[in-house]
Ligand binder design. Structure first.
Ligand SMILES: Nc1ncnc2c1ncn2[C@@H]1O[C@H](COP(=O)(O)OP(=O)(O)OP(=O)(O)O)[C@@H](O)[C@H]1O
Ligand code: SF4
Ligand SMILES: [Mg+2]
Length: 325
């Protein structure tokens, strides 16, 4: 099956005082119809800038896509004008962010916000939009949807606001939903509810999801495939089962070892030594070498490439060079 989204060699840079900062440096991501792909990596690895690049929302001035292709349903989004992109954002790709309060307008009711989107992008009448808004709010679990539409965002809890965001994002029946840390700000029980809701809706409507998270526990719950990013690049890509059975890249292994589990003794939890280097000061050779427990001489001088391995997975590490996994 051909991919719904095919990001190829994406490069998004920030320009400051004539210096180019490679926030996203040659990223490939492929998402099939109905598939949920998780994008993971520590803070600063380029996850959000990758997703904002797909949406055509790179912070500007300063940020710019300088290379690569973003093929969505066969169209290269990097070649579209702002008004064409705006159409794609309203109809085909939706996004939800970490803190719904920043995306919801505090002076409009929940109903006004959902119907506004429907009337603008789906050209619905006011009556049809209100009906659809109530239907969407019921779908995301509000039993008093007809009342909720008259409420202002501040009247709702964080979890309820995030459910409103999911309702809003799904109301145009998008082909792709991009969720950037959608549950990080919520408590654990509510996180699970929102993830279940996203999973249900994606099955029901055959929506693909790009889920950005630094929580590998979340990934195992909901994703089909995982893309691991480090310093603006993909270092490993695999199905969830393969990745959890046998993580290959030493960075992925480090991330796995830092997942807290109920059985594990928290005091034994290992985290990866050192910090993510900023894109202004990348080490030569393998970008992970200064923190890698398995680094050897070559890693400090030569740059590993992302290589395809057996079983439809890829890894960027000299330990697996030329070897089948
Ligand atoms: N507006 C900006 N100007 C300059 N550099 C930026 C800007 N926004 C992001 N960056 C840089 O791009 C890199 C990638 O940032 P990004 O926000 O994509 O990381 P992330 O993986 O989403 O991290 P987090 O988990 O903290 O959300 C970072 O090093 C960041 O400093
Ligand atoms: S290439 Fe070397 S430094 Fe980089 S992840 Fe592999 S072993 Fe570690
Ligand atoms: Mg981010």
């Amino acid at each position: 099956m051909s991919a719904l989204l095919e990001v190829r060699n994406l490069q998004t840079h920030f320009f400051r005082k004539k210096q180019a900062i490679p926030a996203v440096d040659g990223v490939d991501i492929s998402i099939k119809k109905g598939e949920t792909v998780a994008l993971v990596g520590e803070s600063g690895s380029g996850k959000s800038i990758t997703s904002l690049s797909i949406m055509g929302l790179v912070p500007s001035p300063g940020g710019k896509i300088v290379g690569g292709e973003i093929l969505f349903d066969g169209t290269d989004l990097t070649k579209l004008t702002e008004s064409q992109l705006c159409k794609v954002r309203g109809n085909d790709i939706s996004m939800i962010f970490q803190e719904p309060m920043t995306s919801l307008n505090p002076v409009l009711t929940i109903g006004e916000q959902i119907t506004e989107v429907l009337m603008l992008h789906q050209k619905m009448s006011k009556t049809a939009a209100v009906k659809k808004a109530i239907e969407m709010l019921e779908l995301v679990g509000f039993s008093r949807a007809a009342q909720i539409i008259n409420d202002y965002p501040h009247r709702l809890s964080g979890g309820m606001r995030q459910r409103v965001m999911v309702a809003m994002a799904m109301s145009c029946n998008p082909k792709l939903l991009i969720a950037d840390e959608p549950t990080t700000a919520l408590d654990v029980t509510i996180q699970a509810q929102i993830l279940d809701l996203m999973k249900d809706l994606s099955h029901k409507f055959d929506t693909s999801i790009l889920l950005i998270t630094h929580d590998l526990g979340v990934v195992s719950e909901i994703a089909d495939r995982v893309v691991v990013m480090y310093c603006g690049q993909v270092v490993e890509e695999a199905s969830v089962d393969d990745l959890f059975d046998e993580p290959l890249h030493p960075y992925t292994v480090g991330l796995m070892n830092s997942i807290p589990s109920i059985e594990a003794d928290i005091s034994r939890l290992e985290s990866i030594q050192g910090n993510v280097p900023p894109p202004t000061n990348l080490p030569p050779g393998c970008r992970f070498a200064p923190r890698c427990p398995q680094a050897f001489d070559r890693c400090f001088n030569e740059v590993p490439t992302l290589e395809k391995k057996e079983g439809n997975r890829s890894v960027r590490c000299f330990l697996y060079e030329g070897k089948e996994a």
